[in-house]
Design a protein. Sequence first.
Length: 287
Amino acid sequence: MLVSAKDMLEKARDGKYAVGQFNINNLEWTKAVLLTAEELKSPVILGVSEGAGKYMTGYKTVAAMVKAMIDELKISVPVALHLDHGSYEGCYKCIEAGFSSIMFDGSHYPIAENVEKTTELVKVCNEKGLSIEAEVGSIGGEEDGVVGMGECADPDECKQIADLGVTMLAAGIGNIHGKYPANWAGLSFETLAAVKDKVGGMPLVLHGGTGIPEDQIKKAISLGVAKINVNTECQLTFAEATRKYIEAGKDLEGKGFDPRKLLAPGTEAIKATVKEKMELFGSVGKA
């Protein structure tokens, strides 16, 4: 039903493509991502932030919805359900709820405490067959109240965390969450190459996939990035399509106010965005 992200990311690393993590916020989001992954025969990771988990009434609700949807829609491609930027407590809640993958964001702890907590969670995930992502160097922008300036990770600290046995590593290389400002300097490929040199075959994760130029995405994949997170772009295209529907007065025609009709254009827009990203990342046909 749900799978660990380990196998899909190792295949992506070896095949020089990346698996997309698309954050979900409700039923429409989940359905759009799953249907697109199935259509394109692409492995996929459904990301759930702690804020989105709370919005959807809790991780048990999310896990039950995703598992039921995979069954009802007859989804055959590999799907991982992943906690995004999880707190220590949040990781345990998601493990209990039936997630197949977690991210422990210990980047705001002193390195010794980050190591201690990550070590403990790696042990638990190994016992249960789950994948675990760790982060070194704060990712810029804001995500659920965690604000970072787009720092570049210390390659030696990356090795220290990678050596704990995590499945994948998110290393800050100047990337940020949300919209990129006009004065953004771009990704630091020097940092990425140095991190890759230290951690060897560890699949690397690029957060803040919205707004990074295509050539930089492709170069990052060539340097070992096997997972790319996308969230803001789906939100923006969903909002734009919904706005157009209402501004055109479609909600006032017939039963255009029906939420199933009202949310349809936005859902289709998410599908189009996910398709575009899967094609860019090279994961189409890799399921």
